[in-house]
Ligand binder design. Structure first.
Ligand code: SAH
Length: 288
């Protein structure tokens, strides 16, 4: 490990009067070999536009700027924002925003998101940046336990809400484990670098805002019942949504009409769950 960089990081933080904030997931990368790996895995071409979430002290930003046409960086911490503004004041292809990534309005064209993200808001970040009509590619450092759930492994334990939502829009390509000692302060969780790309065949049902938000709600609503059969899970979802008038035999019949069997939730493929969400959506909103 590059010890010098750890000392450098501590020194800058001290100078800025910043005590790393856990709530903001402030764990700064201190190893340049990881930065290099992130860059090489990103395969950014010269004309591409990059989005960085939480640039921190700009360790990754500095390299991203060398390989891309433009970098947009969103940093919520005002002290870090000021530091970055100063540090990169001579750089023209960087725009830094002192904004919460979850509230930001992104520029229209983003080709790739490259970030060591604030780990505690991984789910909301994914929803904002990837669960869209035309998502970008991504090279991200995230919590390892979440990375494991993104890659479909046909394992009951890891097949979860994020597995289904993520894989409806994105293709997880590669995953590398990263030691937590490559960050300062050392996080309490294990981390992974993931490389992801958008699906070219996102189900057309997911292309409108209204349908997409129904799908995400549907997935969130049935996955707590993943140990049950799909009919029971749908029944409980509808009950929690206060949709009445859907007894189980009726749900079963609708599924049968579409040649879907009443199996355990975890037995279904992601694409089948998208189809089922569309079916339920139609039942609730269109045929009533
Ligand atoms: N990318 C840097 C820092 C990672 S730490 C590095 O690898 O060294 C996570 C960073 O995200 C911190 O700088 C933190 O201030 C920032 N951050 C946390 N929540 C944020 C949010 N909602 N929007 C934008 N930035 C956020």
């Amino acid at each position: 490990m590059n010890i010098m960089n750890k000392r450098e990081t501590q020194l800058i933080l001290n100078e800025l009067g910043i005590i790393p904030n856990k709530r903001l997931g402030q764990n700064f990368l201190i190893d340049k070999t990881i930065v290099k790996k992130i860059i090489s895995e990103s395969q950014i071409s010269e004309g591409e536009v990059v989005l960085e979430i939480g640039p921190g002290l700009g360790m990754l930003t500095e390299e991203l700027l060398k390989f891309s046409k433009k970098v947009y960086a969103y940093e919520i911490d005002f002290k870090l924002f000021q530091y970055l503004k100063e540090k990169f004041s001579q750089i023209e292809n960087l725009e830094i925003f002192n904004e919460d990534i979850l509230k930001a309005n992104f520029p229209p064209q983003i080709d790739i998101i490259v970030s060591n993200i604030p780990y505690s808001i991984t789910g909301p970040i994914f929803e904002k940046v990837f669960y869209n009509e035309k998502p970008p590619r991504g090279t991200l450092v995230i919590e390892n336990s979440i990375a494991e759930r993104i890659f479909i492994q046909n394992k009951y334990k890891t097949f979860s809400r994020i597995t289904v939502s993520f894989n409806a829009f994105m293709i997880p390509v590669k995953k590398y484990n990263i030691s937590r000692f490559k960050f300062f302060p050392v996080p309490r969780i294990d981390l992974s670098l993931i490389i992801v790309k958008p699906r070219e065949d996102i189900n057309p049902f997911l292309l409108s805002d209204k349908n997409r938000s129904f799908f995400l709600r549907f997935v969130a609503g049935i996955m707590p019942y993943k140990n049950k059969n799909i009919v029971n899970a749908i029944y409980l979802f509808l009950k929690n949504e206060n949709v009445i008038n859907f007894p189980k035999p009726k749900i079963l019949q609708y599924l049968k009409n579409k040649n879907l069997n009443n199996e355990k939730v975890t037995k279904f493929k992601v694409d089948e769950l998208v189809i089922i969400s569309e079916l339920i959506f139609e039942l609730i909103y269109e045929t009533l």
